[in-house]
Design a protein around this ligand. Structure first.
Ligand SMILES: [Zn+2]
Length: 303
């Protein structure tokens, strides 16, 4: 069977095309719509399995970290293939995981931002002049992290948001920017509203938020993560070789999705930083990233 997902130039439209093919080939997956981006692109969540344990995985909060989207799409494909062939995936029996755990995968939280990074700026974009201004008149958007309005979606959650906001001037952030601007108030953006509402509805046992890069796992928020978080983080570190980390930059301490999840739910939430060296992570690392992160997701599912 030929593989469907290829990581090259993985735009929002490419993801939609692949989702349609996956659904046709593997009708047992469920695809839900959890919200829309600023530009009206639908944000999707894919449900795998029927088990009582619920894990939510998401990717591409940050536009330039778009490789986390083909990573999660590839996971969906490999999982489905394993279900229909009965062959294990990294020695894990997927039909057993299917019955024990429900995985919800949101491959692209920030579709407008991802397309801006991959395709570039269109002359007819409704945000054309604002985007150029935020990017200091530079036409190269390959380092963009924010959504299309210049809000950093992973600084837009209600966990230490005010503390982060007061730090912004010292970080040189005075308004909408390619990265680091937390928005006018928590959950001000349709993308974070959609994901937060979906998370509240799902009430998951654990969340994994995929970012790049650093090959590391962040597992705590202000020392309030439950005791088992560190234990699970160690298990995820063991299978991947990624190191366990505490946030080291003052700006990285607050208002992220996993911070908010830990604060609101007091359950294990992790930020997984895939890849290393350069930004964006080069395609040459994709196979290794798949290897390490499939093991992380599968380990989390059986933990
Ligand atoms: Zn990130």
């Amino acid at each position: 069977m030929a593989y469907i997902i290829s990581p090259e130039k993985y735009t929002y439209e490419q993801m939609l095309e692949d989702l349609l093919i996956l659904k046709k080939q593997y009708p047992f997956i469920e695809i839900s719509q959890i919200g829309k981006s600023v530009c009206g692109k639908t944000i999707h969540a894919i449900k795998l399995g029927i088990g009582p344990k619920k894990i939510l995985c998401n990717g591409s909060h940050h536009a330039r970290e778009w490789m986390t989207t083909p990573l999660l799409m590839k996971f969906i494909e490999s999982y489905c293939l394993s279900i229909v062939t009965g062959r294990p995936l990294y020695r894990y029996d997927i039909s057993s995981i299917y019955n024990r755990c429900t995985l919800w995968i949101i491959p692209m939280v920030n579709p407008d931002g991802v397309n801006l990074v991959i395709i570039g700026l269109f002359k007819d974009s409704p945000f054309y002049s604002e985007l150029l201004q935020m990017n200091k008149e530079n036409i190269d958007f390959s380092s963009w992290k924010a959504n299309i309005k210049g809000v950093d979606l992973n600084r837009n959650y209600n966990a230490g948001w005010q503390e982060y906001k007061s730090l912004e001037p010292s970080l040189g952030i005075l308004g909408p920017s390619p990265s680091g601007f937390s928005g006018p108030y928590p959950e001000s953006e349709p993308e974070t509203q959609g994901l937060a509402a979906f998370t509240r509805w799902l009430n998951p046992d654990m969340v994994l938020a995929f970012h790049s890069q650093g090959e590391e796992i962040f597992w705590d928020y202000k020392g309030i993560a439950p005791v088992k978080s560190e234990m699970i983080a160690k298990a995820l570190s063991d299978v991947s070789g990624y190191k366990l980390s505490e946030p080291y930059e003052p700006g990285a301490l607050y208002a992220g999705y996993k911070d908010w999840f830990i604060k609101e739910f007091r359950r294990p939430g992790f930020t997984i930083e895939v890849g290393r060296d350069t930004t964006p992570v080069p395609l040459s690392q994709f196979d290794e990233i798949i290897d390490k992160n499939f093991k992380i997701i599968l380990r989390a599912a059986v933990k």
